[in-house]
Design a protein around this ligand. Structure first.
Ligand SMILES: NC(=O)C1=CN([C@@H]2O[C@H](COP(=O)(O)OP(=O)(O)OC[C@H]3O[C@@H](n4cnc5c(N)ncnc54)[C@H](OP(=O)(O)O)[C@@H]3O)[C@@H](O)[C@H]2O)C=CC1
Ligand SMILES: O=C(CO)COP(=O)(O)O
Length: 521
């Protein structure tokens, strides 16, 4: 298996004519052989080599697969592949692969607790697969060798393996995660949660967790916010009028916040996640579960927040959860009832977090559909912008209802095409959040839209908005995803054009109303 490869010649390589996006060139083979890193994974009956130019990839393989199989670091020259699997992590190449796989007849499977969409070319035997949860694409060739076979007797045996020394859990053969110091133990409550950051939703989520009995520490980037929480039990900037539980503390030190944390709960603006997380990642413990509260799509990559988390931290998908639903922070701070969905490929992880954040006023449900939950949360912000515009222009309640209903239709189309379960967009993270956000004057996205509808420019509306308005940046990223996946999203398309200054308000309304008539789907 060769992973993390970014160059190569796109070449048609199946008799069926399917063009694949990557073929290892001779120079890449040489680079892998000379400067690459390799890990051999052994089970009782099989062996596989992972070779990559990026150490992070082989480290991750050892850490992840080493929990079940024997993992040893070896010289890359010792790896001679028979069947060859290429794994591609480049977001652009992943997007192309996802499109190719989803447009061909394909099946859905679960591999390492993540969904895998698989298609096979009968003639060539080439298997292509994408894991939407992890933004990983694979291509398996029935034969081929990525590195030259050993040429002399000294090389005909595997190179002396360097064992990765960490104790495996009892009963599991050999090696486990290099970062794991002890076998997993069940922790007595209270669990410890570190909430990054101290904005609207971070503060409300911290309050929920503390009210549920968890030991909660908030990471604030400004010391005056941390001081306010520690000394006056109030968040002076976001909720100066609401008392926080006295047990809730805050710090500006990420290492202190993450010390012994069972959960890292992330609530920063989606476009800042990658850079922030890179700084925080070294302090994340080997067993810490990461929970994303964010409802945005990264503009440069088209990745969902959980995918960014996986990329930056190397934490496996079954330790990354998302919480999403109709959760206007101000209402939750007032103790008004709300519900949400906790989604994780590992339902046990989702159940544990469900327990950790269950209160008399907050009712979490569980799901394994991370894709559906995250897309529902991201797209509803764009639809809320449109509903806000309609409200600002005084277009009436019928128009709002049309936008919400057709907004749900386009959310569902995209989510299902990207691997979500069709029922998820109809749930709390989809329709539930869409209704709350599009109806409430508390919504920042709806309010931003209303400003536009009343005649402000995008720059003026941005200046008038202090808090995070994810839909403004995510609209274009979602539209790009729609195009990659061949899905029609007319409201998103019009919103992206409007936000980019390509069309005016009246043109936007006309563009939606004058679309060719069609059946309701
Ligand atoms: N508010 C809500 O009701 C809900 C929000 N969400 C989602 O939660 C996420 C966060 O939103 P929300 O809490 O509302 O946003 P806010 O604008 O209220 O708070 C943002 C927080 O992130 C911090 N922050 C801003 N920019 C940066 C940066 N560049 N680096 C590090 N920290 C930064 C802010 O710190 P500082 O104060 O120092 O600027 C603040 O603590 C979004 O994805 C949103 O869609 C989800 C459900 C409900
Ligand atoms: O996500 C939210 C409610 O669930 C908050 O929406 P806004 O970001 O538009 O305020």
């Amino acid at each position: 298996m060769a992973a993390g490869l970014r160059e190569g010649l796109p070449a048609p390589c199946c008799p069926c004519g399917c063009a694949w996006y990557f073929r290892p060139t001779a120079s890449i083979r040489e680079e892998l052989r000379t400067t690459g890193h390799a890990v051999r994974l052994e089970t009782a009956g099989a062996e596989v080599g992972v070779v990559s130019v990026e150490r992070a990839v082989t480290d991750w393989s050892a850490r992840y697969f080493g929990q079940w199989w024997k993992a040893v670091e070896v010289e890359p020259q010792s790896v001679c592949a028979g069947p060859l699997v290429l794994a591609e992590i480049d977001p652009g190449a992943y997007g192309e692969a996802a499109l190719a796989v989803t447009q061909a007849p394909h099946t859905s499977a679960v591999c390492a607790k993540a969904q895998l969409l698989v298609t096979r070319c009968e003639e060539s035997g080439v298997v292509r697969a994408v894991s939407p949860d992890q933004a990983l694409a694979y291509r398996s060739e029935p034969a081929g060798a990525i590195l030259p076979p050993p040429r002399h007797p000294a090389m005909s045996r595997p190179c002396p393996a360097r064992p990765i020394r960490w104790p495996g859990p009892v009963g599991i053969p050999t090696m486990a995660c290099p970062q794991r110091k002890d076998p997993p133990v069940s922790r007595p409550r209270p669990v410890r949660a570190a909430v990054f950051s101290a904005g609207s939703w971070g503060t409300a989520a911290a309050k929920i967790l503390a009210d549920a009995g968890s030991d909660v520490i908030v990471h604030a980037r400004r010391s005056e916010v941390a001081d306010g929480i520690n000394t006056r039990h109030r968040n002076p900037d976001y909720f100066p009028d609401v008392d926080l539980p006295a047990s809730l503390t805050a710090t500006t030190d990420p290492a202190a916040a993450l010390e012994g944390a069972d959960y890292l709960v992330l609530s920063v603006p989606a476009q800042t996640l990658r850079a922030n997380l890179a700084v925080w990642a070294p302090h994340i413990g080997p067993d810490t579960v990461i929970v994303s509260l964010m409802k945005g799509i990264e503009t440069d990559t088209g990745l969902r927040a959980s995918q960014v988390v996986a990329q930056v931290t190397g934490v496996p998908a079954d330790r990354i959860a998302v919480l999403s639903g109709p959760n206007l922070a101000r209402e939750i701070m007032a103790g008004r009832p709300a519900a949400a969905t906790v989604a994780c490929p590992d339902e046990d992880v989702a159940r544990r977090f469900q327990q950790a954040c269950r209160t008399s006023y907050f009712r979490p449900y569980t799901s394994t559909d991370v894709i559906g939950c995250e897309l529902g949360g991201a797209v509803k912000n764009v639809i809320a912008l449109a509903v806000g515009i309609a409200a600002g222009m005084g277009l009436g309640d019928n128009a709002a209802a049309v936008l919400i209903t057709r907004g749900l239709a386009e959310t569902t189309r995209l989510a299902v095409r990207m691997g979500a379960r069709p029922a998820t967009p109809a749930g709390l993270s989809g329709m539930g959040d869409l209704v709350a956000t599009c109806s409430s004057p508390l919504s920042r996205n709806r309010t931003f839209g209303a400003h536009l509808g009343q005649g402000m420019t995008v720059a003026e509306a941005t200046a008038a908005t202090r808090q995070t308005t994810e839909g403004v940046k995510s609209a274009t990223a979602i539209l790009d995803l729609a195009r990659v996946h061949g899905v029609e999203m007319p409201i998103t398309e019009v919103m992206a054009a409007l936000l980019q200054g390509k069309i005016a308000l009246d043109e936007a309304a006309a563009a939606l109303m004058q679309r060719p008539p069609r059946p309701e789907r």
